[in-house]
Design a protein around this ligand. Structure first.
Ligand code: NAD
Length: 505
C-alpha cells in the first residue's frame, strides 16, 4: 500500500509556498532508514520569486531603526529558546544526531542571535571632529541588499544562524537555501521570525539542490552569498558568485588534527578526543579526525582510547541512552565503509572496527560504529580525505616540529588542537600552525559569537570569516562622510579654496 508523506514547502514572504516547484527529494529518517517527508526542490523561478519578495522588503527594512531591528532579534531569541526542545527533535529526526547534541547547536546558534541583539553598538561608526579646518568626518555602515545563505546538512540550525541574524540585524533581507537532507528546521525558524514581528519577505527559505544554488549564484538582485559546505562546492560557489559580481564567503571542508604531547594528561586527552571524533557520528566540520601522537604519547594514548571508543553506545538520536546516532544517508554510510576497507588495504592497523557494531535491533537505519585506526601515514586516503564519519586515525611522529609540519602541509586549515601541560609548547603551536581556529586542551575550538569563525587554505574561500565583527563587515558597506558647513561663524581660521588634492590643514 502506498503511504503519503508530508511535503516540505518553501517559506516566501512569511508564508508557506509551493511556488512553481514540481520536483522533490526524499527526506530520510537516518535512524530508521525510512523516508519521512518529501522536500520541494526549487527551480530558478522559485528563487526569482523569493528574491523579488526580499528585494521589495529591503526598501522598508533598511529604513527601520536599528533599535527596532534589535527588538525583533530579542523577541526571536526568546522564541528560539522556548521552541528549542521542538527544534532539537526535528533536527535529531532528520539529521540523526542526539537530541542533546542538537540542543547544543541550537544554543550556539542562539548565541549569534544574542550577538545580533547588540547591533546598535556593533554597527555604529566613528566621528572625527575638526579633522581639517572646519571639516568633520564620520563613518557608517549600511546594508547591502538581498543576501543569500547556502548551508550544509550537519548543523541545520547553527550554521544558518551564523548568517541570517547578523545579515538581518544589519538591515539586509535574506534568502536561505538550506540542505535538502534536513530542511524542516529552517521552516520552523522562518515561522519564529514571523512570530517575533519580522516583516514578511525579510527572511525567506527556498529549498532545493544545485538548480536553486545556481540560480542564487547568478541572480543579479543578490548582493552577497554566504556558503558553508564541502570544499569542491565552496570553491565552485566562490568562483561563480564572484564572477557574477557578488560579495562571497564560502567555508569548505576540513581535516582537523589534534596533537598529543607526551607531557599531556593522556586520560583527559583520550576522553576529549573520543567526544571530538565521534560526537554527531563525526559529521562536524570541527570534528577531530586525525590524532597526532608525539614520541611516547602514542602507547598510553591508544591504551586509553580503545576502551573509551568501545564503550560508546550507538543508537537513535532520539534515545537518551545513545552516545552516537547514525550517519545522514545510506550513501554517506557506504562511502565511510569504503574508506575503512581502503585503510585496512593500505596497511593501517584497525584498532576498533565500526563495521562489527550491530545496528540497533531490527533497525534499517544508516548506522556505523566508531572506528579507530593506528599507524596511519599521510599518504593514505583515510588521512588525506575528509571522510566525514565516525573514524579517527592516529599518526605517530617524533617531535612537535614534525606534527606542526604535518598540519601545515595538509590542504585544509579549519581547526587544530594540542594537548599539553606546557605553556611554551602551546604558544609555539598557536603561533606556527596554519589554521583559523586553535584549541589548547580544547579539541573543538569553535569561537564564541563575538569572535569570528573560519578556516584557512581550502577551508575558506573569501576574505571574511562568519559572525563576530567579520560578520558585521561582510553584511555591510562602509561609508565615510567628510563634511563642511560653510558658515559666517568662523571661530578658527576658516578654509581657503585649493585646487590641490585635499589634505588636512
Ligand atoms: P555539500 O557541499 O554537499 O552541500 C552544501 C550545500 O551545497 C547544500 O545546501 C547543497 O544543497 C549544496 N550543493 C551540494 N552540491 C552542490 C553542487 N554540486 N552545486 C551547487 N550546490 C551544491 O555539504 P554537506 O554534505 O551538506 O555538508 C558537509 C560538508 O560541509 C563537509 O565537507 C563539512 O566539512 C562542511 N562544513 C564546513 C563547515 C565550516 O565551517 N567550514 C561547517 C559545516 C560543514
Amino acid at each position: 500500500m502506498k503511504t503519503t508523506v508530508t511535503t516540505i514547502e518553501h517559506r516566501i514572504g512569511g508564508s508557506p509556498a509551493r511556488a512553481t516547484s514540481t520536483r522533490s527529494a526524499p527526506v530520510w529518517n537516518p535512524a530508521t532508514g525510512e523516508v519521512q517527508a518529501e522536500v520541494l526542490l526549487g527551480e530558478s523561478s522559485d528563487v526569482d520569486q523569493a528574491v523579488e519578495t526580499a528585494r521589495r522588503a529591503f526598501a522598508d527594512w533598511r529604513e527601520t531603526s536599528t533599535s527596532h531591528r534589535a527588538r525583533v532579534m530579542f523577541a526571536f531569541r526568546d522564541l528560539v529558546q522556548r521552541h528549542a526542545p521542538e527544534l532539537a527533535r526535528v533536527v535529531a529526526r532528520e539529521h540523526g544526531k542526539m537530541v542533546s547534541d542538537a540542543t547544543g547547536e541550537i544554543v550556539r546558534g542562539m548565541e549569534i542571535v544574542e550577538f545580533a541583539c547588540g547591533i546598535a553598538h556593533l554597527a555604529k561608526g566613528e566621528y572625527s571632529d575638526q579633522i581639517s579646518a572646519d571639516v568633520d568626518s564620520f563613518s557608517l555602515r549600511q546594508p547591502l541588499g538581498v543576501c543569500a545563505g547556502i548551508t550544509p546538512f550537519n548543523f541545520p540550525v547553527m550554521v544558518p544562524m551564523w548568517m541570517h541574524p547578523i545579515a538581518i540585524a544589519c538591515g539586509n533581507t535574506f534568502v536561505l537555501k538550506p540542505s535538502e537532507r534536513d530542511p524542516s528546521a529552517s521552516n520552523l525558524i522562518a515561522d519564529l521570525y514571523s512570530e517575533a514581528g519580522l516583516p514578511g519577505g525579510v527572511f525567506n527559505v527556498v529549498h532545493g539542490d544545485k538548480t536553486a544554488v545556481d540560480a542564487i549564484l547568478d541572480h543579479r538582485d543578490i548582493a552577497a552569498v554566504s556558503f558553508v559546505g564541502s570544499t569542491p562546492v565552496a570553491k565552485y560557489v566562490h568562483a561563480r558568485a564572484t564572477a557574477a559580481g557578488k560579495r562571497v564567503q564560502a567555508l569548505g571542508g576540513a581535516k582537523n588534527h589534534a596533537v598529543i604531547m607526551p607531557d599531556a594528561d593522556i586520560g583527559f586527552a583520550a576522553e576529549q578526543l573520543t567526544a571530538a571524533a565521534y560526537g554527531s557520528a563525526g559529521q562536524r566540520c570541527m570534528a577531530i579526525s586525525a590524532a597526532v601522537a608525539v614520541g611516547d604519547a602514542a602507547g598510553s594514548l591508544l591504551e586509553r582510547l580503545k576502551p573509551a571508543v568501545l564503550r560508546l553506545t550507538v543508537g537513535p538520536g532520539e534515545e537518551d541512552a545513545s552516545d552516537m546516532g547514525p550517519v545522514v544517508t545510506a550513501e554517506a554510510r557506504d562511502r565511510i565503509l569504503r574508506y575503512i576497507e581502503g585503510g585496512e588495504r593500505a596497511g593501517a592497523t584497525l584498532v576498533v572496527d565500526g563495521r562489527k557494531r550491530e545496528a540497533p535491533e531490527g533497525s534499517r537505519g544508516f548506522f556505523i560504529g566508531p572506528t579507530l585506526f593506528d599507524d596511519v601515514t599521510t599518504s593514505m586516503d583515510i588521512y588525506r580525505d575528509e571522510m566525514f564519519g565516525p573514524v579517527l586515525v592516529v599518526l605517530r611522529v617524533d617531535s612537535l616540529e614534525a606534527a606542526i609540519d604535518m598540519i601545515n602541509r595538509n590542504p585544509y586549515g579549519n581547526g587544530a588542537a594540542i594537548f599539553t601541560a606546557s605553556g611554551s609548547i602551546a604558544r609555539a603551536f598557536g603561533h606556527h600552525v596554519q589554521a583559523g581556529m586553535i584549541g589548547i586542551n580544547v579539541p573543538i575550538p569553535v569561537p564564541m559569537s563575538m569572535y569570528s569563525f573560519g578556516g584557512w587554505k581550502s577551508s575558506l574561500f573569501g576574505e571574511h570569516h562568519v559572525h563576530g565583527l567579520d560578520g558585521i563587515r561582510f553584511y555591510t558597506h562602509g561609508k565615510v562622510v567628510t563634511a563642511r558647513w560653510p558658515s559666517t561663524v568662523h571661530l578658527t581660521s576658516g578654509a581657503a579654496r585649493t585646487m590641490n588634492f585635499p589634505t588636512a590643514s
